[in-house]
Design a binder for this molecule. Structure first.
Ligand SMILES: Nc1ncnc2c1ncn2[C@@H]1O[C@H](COP(=O)(O)OP(=O)(O)OP(=O)(O)O)[C@@H](O)[C@H]1O
Length: 438
């Protein structure tokens, strides 16, 4: 063997003895070999989905193949783009390799009613930085595509405006870097890096709240950029008014441009996302399977990706027998692994009964007074959102209603949440209170 590439080829051919060709093609086509250190073999994979799958499922195969070749145990590391950039000594403030990867672009972002405003605003900012919406503040729960939009902006700006220096940072890393710069006496460099950005993208800005020195520094960074007409884009898991520990002067600046939220995708958008992700992975599953996942994994896109990942793992193990049972298992595994609290339907129903002062048998029954109908529809919606019950099973909780009635309720609640902010607040408050019961 002449080079580490030969070693890698040899590992792959050993893997072929245990894994199907499709499996190897699906998971390893974006892997390249970086180096071999004394006791470690170092690979790189841009696709985080594939990287984590390889780490959880195929690490033992790779290590065994290396042991077979070298007769000794080697560690195996898989670097993501940032780690590879660090390895090659590229400045980490430029998410260069992520920009070069086609995974997080506007083209791969599936647009639905819940994120179309955020998508349009992000596109507008990427096309014409600092012209219309400055700052752009994108907020929403975890796993709904905020980081994806930031990368997409960066990707687009990089293509169209080579002159603009893009600086991307996570809120907590901003704090860490600031502290390190103070310790090392390199505060001037730190300031220069952020205050001279052509466009500043800060992910998870909520982490600066409550940190006095970080807020002070960020305040000045913000002002410098804003006053010199440079674009700032911020993402957060909540709107500024809910960041109770955020200084007023920052709060007022964050809301001074455009604020847009991303909400969990509806059924059609989930379905489109699943199909897209599967296509990106080069797999095609029966339509019923896509539908089943879209129906059952409702909270966020990260969970959808995780479910697909699990399902492909089962498919590799079971051959082509992907049926509803294995999909059901993948969905359950995913929801359990995500460590999310899953309240029972009774917990949800009982809380809603208290909230709307409705007796439980009335809520579960047929009475059609306005208050009862409203409470019942919200209960169905939350059971769907917070548990992994199917539409049929939800119907059973409410006097054996059929799944189309349940679907109609979900639609109604989703629509009203979009058009009536006060109603959306009520649903959110109920969700938070049920979650607090864990
Ligand atoms: N609308 C979408 N279309 C395609 N992929 C999506 C969409 N929304 C989210 N994703 C994918 O879901 C995964 C999680 O998204 P992302 O990391 O952007 O979430 P986030 O909102 O930034 O979460 P967090 O707040 O936890 O950082 C990513 O792989 C992303 O590509």
């Amino acid at each position: 063997m002449n080079s580490i590439s030969d070693v890698w080829q040899s590992v792959l051919s050993r893997l072929q003895e245990q894994l199907s060709e499709t499996t190897i093609r699906t998971w390893f086509d974006e892997v390249d070999v970086v180096t071999m250190e004394d006791s470690a073999f170092v690979l790189h994979c841009s696709n985080s989905f594939k990287k984590s799958t390889i780490e959880t499922r195929f690490m033992k195969h790779i290590k065994a193949a290396l042991k077979d070749i070298f007769s000794s145990d080697l560690e195996v590391k898989i670097l993501n783009d940032e780690q590879l950039a660090a390895y090659h000594g590229v400045a980490p403030d430029q998410p260069g390799s992520l920009l070069d990867s086609d995974a997080f672009t506007f083209e791969t972002y599936v647009v639905g009613p819940q994120n179309k405003l955020a998508y349009a605003a992000a596109r507008a900012v990427a096309d014409k930085p600092a012209e219309n919406f400055n700052p752009l503040f994108i907020y929403g729960d975890s796993g709904l595509g905020k980081t994806h939009l930031l990368y997409a902006i960066a990707h687009q700006v990089k293509r169209k405006r080579e002159d603009l220096r893009i600086v991307y940072i996570k809120g907590d890393d901003f704090t860490n870097e600031l502290i390190a710069s103070i310790r090392e006496g390199s505060n001037a460099e730190f300031r220069e890096k952020y205050r001279q950005a052509g466009i500043l993208l800060v992910d998870d800005i909520q982490f600066i709240a409550g940190k006095k020195q970080t807020q002070e520094e960020f305040f000045h960074t913000f002002n410098t950029l804003y006053e010199s007409g440079r674009q700032i884009v911020l993402t957060s898991d909540r709107p500024p008014r809910e960041m109770t520990q955020l200084e007023d002067r920052l709060q007022s600046r964050f809301v001074s441009g455009l604020m847009v939220d991303v909400a969990p995708p509806d059924f059609e958008t989930r379905l489109a996302i699943i199909k897209n992700k599967a296509a990106m992975l080069g797999v095609k599953l029966p339509d019923e399977i896509y539908g089943y996942i879209a129906e059952n994994v409702t909270a966020n896109v990260r969970q959808i990706e995780g479910t697909l990942n699990k399902l492909l793992a089962y498919r590799d193990l079971l051959g082509d027998q992907v049926d509803e049972q294995s999909v059901g298992r993948a969905v359950r595994d995913m929801l359990q692994k995500s460590n999310e609290y899953i309240p029972s339907p009774s917990v949800i129903i009982s809380y809603i009964c208290k909230y709307f002062s409705v007796e439980e048998d009335v809520l579960r029954g047929q009475r059609r007074g306005r208050n009862e109908v409203n409470a019942r529809q919200i209960a169905m919606y939350l059971i769907r959102r917070m548990t992994n019950l199917s539409l049929n099973d939800i119907g059973k909780e409410f006097g054996d209603r059929d799944h189309t009635t349940v679907l109609h309720s979900l639609d109604k609640v989703e629509k009203q949440m979009r058009t009536d902010p006060a109603f959306a607040e009520v649903v959110k408050e109920i969700t938070t209170n049920i979650n607090a019961k864990r």
